[in-house]
Design a binder for this molecule. Structure first.
Ligand code: AMP
Length: 117
């Protein structure tokens, strides 16, 4: 989609620190990390947000599977009560979404409080 930042990254027109690529998604490091590990996983095919993406159940499941796989590859899989990771999908401007191409944030490398303060 023209005028979409993440479509431009997927096309290679804008550089990114890519950590993984599958036939369905691209994973790259967030430019403004909020945790020691902060990676975005974006479907190659454009959709605005997970609300729109969820019309395609297979694509939605694939995105979650890819995100969990990347998290494991980054060494974030939970081991006992150690480590683990958080997946975040901000959906809509009021929820903090700023790039309107569906993406999963993988956050890890530190503890996360729940509920957030
Ligand atoms: P959200 O606010 O949930 O839409 O997340 C968008 C994320 O994209 C933010 O965490 C930004 O820091 C990140 N971001 C914006 N531009 C870039 C870029 N060129 N490369 C990597 N991450 C980016």
């Amino acid at each position: 989609m023209s005028n979409c930042l993440f479509c431009s990254i997927i096309a290679g027109d804008i550089p990114a620190d890519v950590v993984a690529r599958t036939e369905h998604s691209l994973a790259f490091r967030d430019i403004d990390p909020q945790a020691p590990v902060h990676v975005l996983v974006v479907p190659l095919q454009h959709s605005a947000d997970v609300s729109e993406l969820s019309a395609d159940h297979e694509a939605t499941g694939q995105l979650m599977a890819d995100a969990a796989s990347v998290a494991r590859e980054l060494g974030l899989a939970p081991q006992g009560d150690q480590s683990g990771f958080r997946l975040v999908l901000n959906t809509g401007a009021g929820a903090g979404q700023s790039v309107f191409h569906t993406h999963v944030h993988i956050l890890g490398g530190r503890d996360f409080l729940w509920p957030p303060g």
